[in-house]
Design a protein around this ligand. Structure first.
Ligand SMILES: NC(=O)c1ccc[n+]([C@@H]2O[C@H](COP(=O)([O-])OP(=O)(O)OC[C@H]3O[C@@H](n4cnc5c(N)ncnc54)[C@H](OP(=O)(O)O)[C@@H]3O)[C@@H](O)[C@H]2O)c1
Length: 293
């Protein structure tokens, strides 16, 4: 397929590269020039990249970024044609997405929200999980692209529900991870080594994918960003905004947001979100160690 890929960050670059490797004809664009993908043509604007494409795929930071890529100067809107499919794999606001989709559809094009779960490694390996909102016949057309970048996809319903479900997923990751590192910190203070605690966690019902994935990084003290703190902070805020719109109270997430507020104030925004443990350690005056891990 002729695909325009917009946004070559941690995720987008590997996703675009996997599209090229699967034989799609890819044109890429990134706000800051200089980022390229081997085998792809580079365009000077979203409008230029979109011109003549069957599919326009976005993976940028946040709601404002998507709005500007679509409707800003030389945005995708300039090149929209009948039947073109616009796909958004960023994680952004579900309500804003519905508005963007209306504007795109007014021009006869289609809109699909397809945020992803799986981090940098899954993007590199083409094993992302797509969480999709949109019409079934449109999603059907995207299958060759989805197969190039991911291993599974789940349709949540109409446009906006992909992002809604993605926020619900990240709410759980943020709260589960906070529980895990609070447990490690208290354990350390009570003299229980993290390396001794982990096999117990993994043998019990406390076991979780979040813990399995993050524990090795925590024990190695490796906080290089797979999923940067600033993006998880954004997703927590998006979930809280969506909860406010839906008149739902999320007390645990509200408290976790405060931890992220402090972490960002402390300059940790570009570290992986796993680095929130360092705040707990600072407050407890101890560092978690995994001697026997
Ligand atoms: N990393 C993960 O593990 C992960 C997992 C699942 C979902 N996501 C979601 O996927 C999206 C991208 O994440 P990422 O990790 O690839 O982020 P990233 O490395 O920070 O890249 C962000 C991309 O967005 C672009 N961008 C930011 N503001 C823009 C604007 N106003 N206009 C146009 N482009 C703009 C950046 O361009 P510049 O190069 O010019 O800054 C860059 O290409 C986010 O919504 C994130 O929440 C990430």
């Amino acid at each position: 397929m002729r695909v325009a890929f917009l946004g070559l960050g941690i995720m987008g670059r590997s996703m675009a590269s996997n599209l090229v490797k699967s034989g799609h004809e890819v044109t890429v664009w990134n706000r800051t020039p200089g980022k390229e993908v081997e085998g792809a043509r580079v365009a000077g604007s979203p409008a230029e990249a979109a011109r003549g494409s069957e599919v326009v795929w976005m993976c940028v930071s946040d709601t404002k970024a998507v709005e500007s890529v679509l409707f800003g100067e030389h945005g995708v809107e300039e090149s929209l044609t009948e039947d073109m499919v616009v796909v958004d794999s960023s994680t952004i606001s579900p309500s804003a997405t519905r508005k963007f989709a209306e504007r795109v559809r007014a021009r006869g094009a289609h809109y699909v929200d397809a945020p992803v779960t799986g981090s940098k490694t899954a993007a590199e390996n083409g094993t992302l999980i797509f969480i999709i909102g949109g019409e079934e016949h449109v999603i059907e057309r995207l299958k060759p692209c989805l197969a190039a970048m991911g291993k599974q996809f789940f349709r949540m319903g109409e446009v906006g529900k992909g992002h809604a479900a993605k926020l619900v997923m990240n709410l759980q990751i943020a709260v589960i991870y906070e529980g895990f590192v609070e447990a490690l910190t208290l354990g350390a203070k009570l003299g229980v080594d993290a390396g001794t605690l982990l096999p117990l966690i993994n043998a019990s019902m406390v076991r979780s994918g979040v813990v399995e994935y993050k524990a090795p990084f925590v024990l190695k003290r490796d906080f290089t960003p797979n999923f940067p703190m600033r993006l998880m902070h954004k997703d927590i805020r998006l979930a809280l905004d969506a909860a406010k719109e839906a008149r739902v109270k999320l007390p645990a997430l509200e408290i976790v947001e405060e931890v992220y507020d402090v972490a960002v104030e402390d300059g940790l925004q570009d570290e992986d979100f796993a680095a929130t443990i360092t705040l707990l350690e600072k407050w407890a005056g101890i560092q978690v160690k995994g001697q026997s891990a």
